[in-house]
Design a protein around this ligand. Structure first.
Ligand code: MG
Ligand code: ZN
Length: 223
């Protein structure tokens, strides 16, 4: 095999622009964080690939935490509101955020969504990002904790191929546990990969359809 083609430092033409965008995002994320804290709202990011089970996880968390917290959710997607409707079925306020062509949420869109809810009326906010394991790592939104969902059906290399998103994660959820044998994927390997990248991360295996492991996710989030 030949060597990998890689950009050298400074080789990308708009690198300066990129840095400015990331800095502007970081500033807005800090403002969001302050606003949330001022109103006593704990915000939790839910990130992961398309079909990994982010929405199912939020649905199960909402069902289990009803009565304990007043909750709301933001749901990022390119153009649809399918997931937003799935979460809204459980009686929580959901604000869909459509990013158009952007493959991730940013702090500016979250700031706009924050203006649409009564923050004094909620304690807990779930923010489901667009299905993507790459750029959400670079765009903090102002949340307190970050969950990354990886599913067994994505194969054994999903974690090692996307190290950056796991570095900042608080909890990694390995979902679709029921399919591990059929897929020939070793759950322990995925867990070890995540811990190698981020020794502090908590790893929980789940089946978000049946609800298996959801209590462990709640404990890992200290909710
Ligand atoms: Mg979803
Ligand atoms: Zn993106």
């Amino acid at each position: 095999m030949k060597d990998v083609v890689e950009a050298e430092k400074g080789e990308i033409f708009d690198i300066e622009l990129d840095v400015n965008i990331l800095e502007a995002n970081r500033k807005l994320a800090n403002e969001n964080k302050e606003l949330l804290q001022k109103n006593g709202v704990q915000a939790i990011d839910v990130m992961g690939a398309i079909g990994s089970g982010k929405t199912s996880l939020i649905e199960k968390l909402v069902q289990n935490l009803k009565g304990k917290y007043r909750m709301a959710a933001f749901k990022g997607d390119l153009t649809t509101t399918i997931d937003a409707e799935l979460i809204a079925r459980h009686g929580v306020e959901v604000i869909p955020i459509n990013t158009g062509k952007e493959c991730h949420l940013d702090a500016n869109l979250v700031k706009k969504a924050l203006k649409r809810i009564n923050l004094e009326g909620i304690d807990l906010l779930f923010i489901e990002n667009v299905g993507n394991l790459i750029c959400p790592a670079e765009f903090p939104l102002g949340s307190d904790k970050r969950i990354v969902v990886v599913s067994i059906t994505e194969g054994p290399y999903m974690v090692v191929k996307h190290p950056f998103i796991f570095m900042d994660a608080d909890v990694v959820v390995i979902n679709k546990l029921d399919l591990a044998q059929a897929m020939g994927v070793d759950v322990k390997k995925l867990e070890n990969d995540a811990k190698t990248i981020n020794p502090k991360v908590k790893v929980v295996a789940t089946n978000c359809r049946s609800g298996e492991g959801i209590i462990n996710v709640i404990n890992a989030l200290e909710l």
